[in-house]
Design a protein around this ligand. Structure first.
Ligand code: FAD
Length: 285
């Protein structure tokens, strides 16, 4: 099923993100993760794509498992900045063959030794996906602005072009202050972007890791978040509890303000997703 057709079917559409393990030996564990996440009643699961092709085949394999075993839509991520046209053609053919209809089309982070190829931006990939099949296409967006873009207005203008090239929905980078998301929604609506903008919520379990990746990605961290991270980051159980409470509060505020889709960056931790879903059981019903 195409993800764009899921929106509006339920009060709130919930999705979770997982990543395929890098090592083949850890591969069987990912299926248990999928089983546990689907048992929470989520509406679709997205599967990340390793840059440089590190887990690229596995993305399709895990996405197929989600669909074939659980009859749940899978969203297969696909990056392009270090791919050839032939790589992408093959990957799309593979997805078609496995019945994968939903793709999150991404540029990917440029590798250290980046050699410019046929794909400079995600928009180039979106155009190719459009021309090679009837896929439902998602794109990434950045409420705090993408780290490489100096001016937020330019970022939004490029986002508009990307959506017009064929995005059916957008998923945001993690954010920890809902006002940043609401502000972003005003700005995208102002330029006429009408597709759903799914907020990406990261339950913080490892505060140091998240602080580092927030710094790298330019995600702002509100004082309330910093206070929690500073107080609990040395106590993993307390940090997990606080991270789950923080994510739960963010989601309650989003739903109370009319947001109809939530994406959880569950990072292969079904137990975290389960606690959040339990906290929201009446709210999502
Ligand atoms: P683009 O949309 O191409 O944008 C990249 C930059 O280029 C932005 O600064 C934009 O403003 C600028 N830009 C766009 N068009 C133009 C133009 N015409 N001229 C000049 N500048 C332009 N990475 C992975 O490797 N694997 C994953 O599975 C993965 N999943 C992700 C899921 C989500 C929801 C998000 C938000 C990110 C994900 N990423 C993933 C990270 C992503 O690949 C990086 O953030 C990457 O740096 C940008 O990808 P993009 O598709 O947003 O790029």
């Amino acid at each position: 099923m195409k993800i764009k057709n899921l929106f509006g079917q339920k009060k709130v559409t919930i999705s979770c993100e997982i990543f395929p393990p890098k090592k083949d030996t850890a591969f069987s564990g990912i299926f248990e993760t999928v089983d546990a996440i689907q048992s929470l009643g989520v509406d679709f699961i997205s599967v990340t794509y390793g840059a440089g092709g590190s887990t690229s085949k596995k993305t399709v394999e895990v996405a197929s498992y989600i669909q074939e075993r659980h009859h749940l839509p899978a969203l297969a991520h696909l990056t392009c900045c270090d791919s050839t046209k032939e790589d992408i053609r093959q990957r799309l053919a593979e997805m078609k063959e496995r019945g994968i209809e939903n793709i999150l089309a991404l540029r990917g982070d440029k590798p250290k030794e980046y050699v410019p190829g046929p794909y400079t931006y995600a928009i180039d990939l979106i155009r190719d996906i459009k021309s090679q099949g009837d896929f439902c296409i998602g794109g990434a967006c950045y409420p705090d602005g993408h780290v490489e873009c100096e001016h937020k207005e330019d970022d939004i203008a490029f986002l508009k072009e990307k959506v017009e090239a064929g995005c059916d929905f957008l998923t945001t980078q993690m954010f920890f202050d809902n006002n940043v998301y609401y502000n972003f929604l005003y700005r995208v609506l102002a330029v006429g972007i009408q597709v759903p903008v799914i907020p990406g919520i990261m339950p913080v379990i490892n505060a140091r890791q998240v602080k580092r990746s927030a710094e790298l990605s330019g995600t702002s961290l509100p004082p309330r978040f910093k206070a929690i991270a500073d107080k609990f980051s040395d106590d993993p159980l307390a940090m997990e509890q606080a991270g789950i409470a923080y994510a739960t509060e963010q989601i309650i505020d989003l739903v109370a303000n009319g947001v109809k889709y939530i994406h959880l960056y569950t990072m292969n931790r079904p137990q975290t997703a389960a606690k959040i879903m339990e906290n929201l059981s009446h709210i999502l019903r």
